[in-house]
Design a protein around this ligand. Sequence first.
Ligand SMILES: [Cu+2]
Length: 236
Amino acid sequence: MRIRSHSIKTVIAAAVALAFAGPAFAGSISGVIKFDGTAPERKVLSVNKDKKVCGKNPITEDSLVVKDGGVSWAVVSIKDAKGGKWSKAMKKATVDQNGCFYDPRITVMKAGTKLIVKNSDKILHNIHTHPGKSGNKVANIAQPKFKKKLKMSKRYFKKPGIVKITCDVHDWMVGYVVAAKHPFYAVTGDGGKFKIENVPDGSYTIEIWHEKLGTKTMKVDVKGDVTVTATLALAK
Ligand SMILES: [Cu+2]
């Protein structure tokens, strides 16, 4: 009897030891990107082309969207991260042209993969890329009304960085595609909220980018799930 009870204790002790000695516990970085200043008014743009389709819903000027003090469409990433697991949305990134704007405004994709561009509008659009510092090849591709789905070559998104996309037919259409080297990315939603998941414990530098508010970095120590708050402001 004594021996038996001893061995059960040993088994429990071994199980507990295993649980703690397992792979590094993966947590998350979540938080809010706040705006320092007075929230700008969200202007409704006048639509002067393809009014039947583009005028269906109001088109707003979305280069700086602030709600409840938080900034939408900011890109948060871990600098120089390695490994990680790509989501389906990043491996098969899709942008839709629906109501003459890009949905979503910002798309994060695995660098060196194809970008799927949908045309739900059934009118002519044109995908014009502006690679900026990323140094990728420029694309300028017409997407006629019958072309519901366009697969853009991976060569346009080969190098990691931010590629701006515009439409030469509708000059208000602006979007961004982030060609990412690793999957530790998030884009802020309503109220500036974001979450980067599956982050192993460690010390990191996170980078926050916003098309109007620029770039900011900050140090974050991750142990399990951590929450951070950053504030961005317009340059003076
Ligand atoms: Cu267009």
